[in-house]
Design a protein around this ligand. Structure first.
Ligand code: FEO
Length: 404
């Protein structure tokens, strides 16, 4: 990518990765992404805002050399140190031994272990501190858990640029680096990429998103120079994206308890238990929203949302190959581990031989610190009418626990 001037003294020097289709192993990236880095030039000094993924270091270096004499770069600001941003720090520091690297306290620990170097010239930035480059001021705003403990923003008041790292970002490849240049036909795609990114990265940290928005609400931001996707501009996509963050970070309040029953069933046996348990829950909480979801057919995005927003849930699996079955594990892989602690969960399932499925689920749910029912409900092969009555009682008991 060519160097692109964003505003006076601010140049985009990052790299595009249009072919990336999965980020961090789990996040689909239909529109590729970019590893953004910015050069800020003052009258006395110059600073880089973050680096790029190590795989793109050579291209990054070409961009830098086109933009500036490398020896003029005095500072590197690391708003966040995940390796998609810090991957090139060690190589860059090797080229520029006098480089001063500005990080948060937590970031300093991460960066030492990511680079495996203890001789980096680190400067710890505290909330509100600033750095004068000569007519260009970089002010550091602590923003922990957006989305790592190390995260911070950097505000450049003279140009009204907020360097927000992952915050407000999106995995989207826009070669011009400006949202105002997004072709109309790609605007919906950009927005869906931003929504997916928000859900995956910031969904678990909604209270911190609200705090982050509060910290920047007094700033007259003209440009949000994120570290993935195009720079957001006032009057372009910036307000729309910030509105989305504001709305979706509000706590979800249910008028009635939301208690989904998730299950899979090879021969309808676990399914019969699921339906009986759902009936039992409704007997105690008739207003509750209680739906049984066969995970083989349910929309995975919807069940992922439900398990994270529910007031409690039931999870049922048969045992195949001495384990719970893949659709159940896939659902649990979407659990927001930060906010799931103490969530009421009941486990059930039919099995034929040794029945490890449910105990394996219990071990995983204990790891997630769920509030598990003291006993699981298991049946060998086909549930009898008496078993189904016990399943209803199991559902009633679970509902009583939620009812408090
Ligand atoms: Fe783009 Fe959290 O790294």
């Amino acid at each position: 990518m060519a160097d692109i001037q964003i505003t006076n003294g601010v140049t985009s020097v990052g790299v595009l990765n249009p072919n990336m289709r999965v980020f961090d192993i789990v996040m689909p990236t239909e529109y590729g992404s970019s590893y953004n880095s910015y050069l800020v030039e003052g009258e006395r000094s110059a600073a880089l805002i973050e680096t790029v993924h190590l795989d793109f270091f050579d291209e990054y270096l070409e961009n830098l050399r086109r933009a500036i004499d490398l020896n003029k770069i005095e500072y590197l600001i690391m708003n966040h140190n995940e390796p998609d941003h810090s991957g090139s720090v060690e190589r860059l520091a090797g080229l520029l031994p006098n480089l001063k690297i500005v990080v948060s306290q937590a970031g300093s620990l991460y960066l030492k272990n990511i680079t495996n170097r203890s001789d980096l010239n680190l400067i710890i930035a505290k909330d509100g501190e600033s750095l004068d480059l000569g007519g260009k001021t970089l002010r550091f705003i602590s923003a922990p858990f957006l989305h790592w403990p190390d995260s911070m923003f950097t505000w450049l008041p003279e140009e009204k640029v907020l360097f927000s790292c992952d915050f407000l970002g999106a995995h989207f490849c826009e070669p011009t680096m400006l949202d105002t240049h997004l072709p109309e036909r790609y605007r919906d795609g950009y927005f869906s990429a931003m929504v997916g990114y928000y859900g995956a990265i910031f969904g678990p940290f909604k209270p911190y998103v609200r705090k982050g928005l509060e910290k920047i609400q007094g700033l007259d931001i003209q440009y949000a120079a994120t570290s993935h996707g195009p720079v957001l501009t006032k009057g372009g996509m910036l307000e729309k994206v910030m509105d989305y963050y504001r709305e979706t970070s509000q706590p979800v309040v249910h008028e009635q308890p939301l208690i989904p029953v998730f299950y899979t069933s090879a021969y309808h046996n676990t399914e019969k238990l699921a339906l009986a348990i759902a009936r039992g829950i409704k007997e105690v909480l008739p207003q509750a929203e209680v739906t049984a979801y066969d995970l083989v057919y349910a929309d995975p995005a919807e069940t992922a949302r439900l398990i994270n927003e529910c007031d409690g849930c039931m999870i049922g699996s048969p045992t195949i190959n001495r384990d719970a079955v893949p659709p159940i594990w896939a659902l649990l892989s979407h659990v927001d581990a930060v906010n799931f602690a103490k969530r009421p969960v009941g486990l059930f399932g039919s099995y034929g031989w040794s029945g490890e499925g449910v105990p394996n689920l219990r071990a995983r749910l204990e790891g997630l610190k769920a509030r598990l029912m003291p006993e699981d409900f298991r049946v060998v092969f086909v549930p009898t009418e008496a078993d189904l009555e016990k399943a209803r009682a199991f559902g009633r008991s679970f509902a009583e626990q939620i009812k408090g």
